[in-house]
Design a protein around this ligand. Structure first.
Ligand code: 4G1
Length: 210
C-alpha cells in the first residue's frame, strides 16, 4: 500500500533530493516461527486478532535510535491536526506503527509508543493510510520540500479559517461570472472581500474552527 503514494510527485522529489528519508519495514521480518506470526487471539475472548507484542518490540528495539519518536496510529489516539504536523516536522526520526486486524496488544501502546495518533473517526481495514496521511502532512513542512506557492496555503490555514473562493480564467464560464471585486484591481477591497468570505464559509461549514 505504501509504495505507490509515497513514490509520487512532491514526496518522490523530496526523497530523491535527499530532503526526506523513508523506509518501509515488514513486521514479519521480526518473527521467528515458520508462519511468521504477527497476530493472535485476544485473552478473554472476542472477535478478531491482535498484533502480538514480541515482533513489534523487537522491530522497534532494532530500528529506534537515540532521537526516535515512536508513533502508534490508532483510532484511540489524539486527533492529528496541522499543529501536530508542525511538531512532528521538528523531529529527527519518526517511526510509525500501523495495525491490521482489530488492533494492538495494550502493552505496545503502554510501553513502546511515545505518541498515539488518529486521523479521524471512521473504521478502516488497517493503519497504512493514516500513516501515509501523517507522513504527507509532515513531509511537506520539511525545509526545501515545497515551493513558495504552497507555503501560502499553510499561512491561510494557520489563520484558522477555511479558504476563500477562488477563480481563474475565463471571467465568465457557462453564464457563471467571477465576482466583480476580483477583477476590479482594487487590492484593499479584494483583501477584505476574501477575509469576509473566509469567515462566512468557516462559520457555515466548520463552526468548530471558530
Ligand atoms: C474502533 C481510523 C475501531 C482507523 C473505532 C483512523 C475505528 C489509525 C486509524 C476502528 C484507524 C473506530 C485511524 C478501526 C485504524 C487496527 C487496524 C485499528 C485498523 C484499525 C472509530 C481498525 N487513524 N483502524 N479499527 O478502524 O488503524 O489512525
Amino acid at each position: 500500500m505504501f509504495a505507490g503514494p509515497l513514490d509520487e510527485s512532491i514526496i518522490k522529489r523530496a526523497r530523491s533530493a535527499g530532503l526526506l528519508d523513508l523506509t518501509l519495514y515488514q513486521l514479519r521480518d521480526w518473527t521467528h516461527d515458520r508462519h511468521k506470526t504477527v497476530d493472535d487471539r485476544p485473552f478473554g475472548g472476542g472477535p478478531g486478532m491482535l498484533l502480538k507484542p514480541e515482533p513489534i518490540f523487537a522491530a522497534v528495539e532494532s530500528l529506534a535510535r537515540e532521537n526516535t519518536r515512536v508513533i502508534l496510529l490508532s483510532p484511540s489516539g489524539r486527533k492529528f491536526d496541522q499543529s501536530i504536523a508542525h511538531e512532528l516536522a521538528q523531529q529527527e526520526h519518526l517511526l510509525f506503527l500501523t495495525g491490521h486486524y482489530e488492533g494492538f496488544d495494550e502493552r505496545i501502546r503502554e510501553s513502546l509508543a511515545d505518541d498515539e495518533l488518529s486521523i479521524g473517526d471512521y473504521v478502516l481495514t488497517n493503519g497504512a493510510l493514516p500513516a501515509m496521511v501523517v507522513i504527507d502532512a509532515v513531509a511537506r513542512l520539511l525545509p526545501g520540500v515545497l515551493g513558495d506557492n504552497a507555503s501560502a496555503v499553510e499561512e491561510s490555514f494557520s489563520h484558522g479559517l477555511l479558504e476563500y473562493p477562488q477563480y481563474t480564467r475565463p471571467a465568465e464560464f457557462r453564464g457563471m461570472k467571477v465576482p466583480d471585486v476580483l477583477v476590479s484591481g482594487n487590492h484593499a477591497e479584494i483583501a477584505s472581500w476574501r477575509l469576509e468570505q473566509a469567515k462566512l464559509r468557516t462559520k457555515a461549514r466548520r463552526p468548530d474552527l471558530i
